[in-house]
Design a protein around this ligand. Structure first.
Ligand code: NDP
Length: 285
């Protein structure tokens, strides 16, 4: 079996076209979605993510403002900035690019963002609402992954989904979203014993670790759907995933590439959340 490749960049492009039309209509009705991205320091990966987000916003017609602060920024001044953005009626979405410098408590910052503007979906209220299946902002990478599966009409209900990685931003929430879609979910992590024995049971295998090519065909049940979230920079400066693409492609039914897979979908779902935030804000007025 040779897998069909799910190109996240193509799906993202068509979703962005739809969003562009929606934003044009929203603007005509007086709603102008606005996202503020706060970038602290000059980490090259963070800068590149932020520029991808701004490009997507520009294309769709979402107003986006970038606030760049030095790496020496203190937690107190970042909290003050968030307070100002929380109170600014023209701002619908606030995103603080992670990771943050050591002197800033990441959790305190996440919790300071008004949940109604939490377009990253990391606030404990957003997570709790996701867990209890109430309307909320879904975290962008998991949301993008489920959207990719749905775009190919891949059955999730009753399937065994195995997630490798249990971070708060990817592993845990993607398992929860798949559980909400009625999958049977197993989580694997650095303490998991005999990883391949578990991954081989997966109908849907999601890999979010950050280790180049750690999953090859020997970890995959023939016919499984493989979603590679990992982004690793090789010594040659190229990007590669956590899955050995060529070997995995030969046994799976669907597979996502890196790049052009999950990454563009993450940014696209951020835009979707920003539009959702703007619409909800307007309803409340
Ligand atoms: P974290 O470093 O926060 O989490 C990594 C997880 O992998 C941890 O749960 C860890 O286990 C687990 N792990 C580490 N080693 C092993 C191992 N040998 N076997 C099994 N599990 C292991 O990473 P993130 O979740 O933030 O990101 C994961 C990857 O996804 C990274 O490459 C990141 O760059 C990428 N990413 C891509 C995005 C996109 O849009 N494409 C968005 C976000 C992330 P433990 O908990 O026990 O330590």
């Amino acid at each position: 079996m040779v897998a069909e490749v799910i190109y996240g960049d193509q799906l993202a492009a068509s979703l962005r076209e739809e969003m562009k039309e929606e934003v044009t209509k929203l603007k005509a009705s007086g709603i102008s979605p606005k996202l503020v991205v706060v970038l602290i320091g000059d980490d090259p990966a963070s800068k590149s993510y932020v520029s991808g987000k701004q490009k997507a916003a520009d294309f769709i017609g979402i107003d986006s403002e970038l606030i760049s602060l030095p790496s020496t920024t203190e937690e107190k001044s970042l909290l003050e900035l968030i307070e100002r953005l929380n109170n600014d009626q023209s701002v619908h979405g606030i995103l603080v690019q992670l990771p943050l410098p050591k002197q800033i408590n990441e959790q305190a910052i996440i919790e300071a963002i008004d949940p109604s503007k939490d377009v990253d979906g990391f606030h404990p209220i957003s997570i709790g609402r996701m867990l209890t299946q109430q309307e909320t902002f879904l975290p962008c990478t998991p949301y993008g992954i489920v959207t990719m599966l749905q775009s190919k009409n891949i059955d999730i209900a009753g399937k065994h989904a195995v997630i490798v990685g249990r971070s708060n931003i990817v592993g845990k929430p993607v398992g929860q979203l798949l559980l909400n879609e009625h999958a049977t979910v197993s989580y694997c992590h650095s303490r998991t014993k005999d990883l391949s024995a578990i991954t081989k049971q997966a109908d849907i295998l999601i890999v979010a670790v950050g280790r180049e090519k750690m999953i090859d065909a020997s970890f995959i049940k023939p016919g499984a759907v493989v979603i590679d979230v990992g982004v690793n920079r090789t010594n040659e400066g190229t990007l590669t995933g956590d899955v050995d693409f060529e070997s995995a492609k030969a046994v799976s039914s669907y597979i996502t590439p890196v790049p052009k897979g999950v990454g563009p979908m993450t940014i696209t779902m951020l835009m979707k959340n920003t539009i959702q935030a703007a619409k909800a804000h307007n309803k409340k007025k």
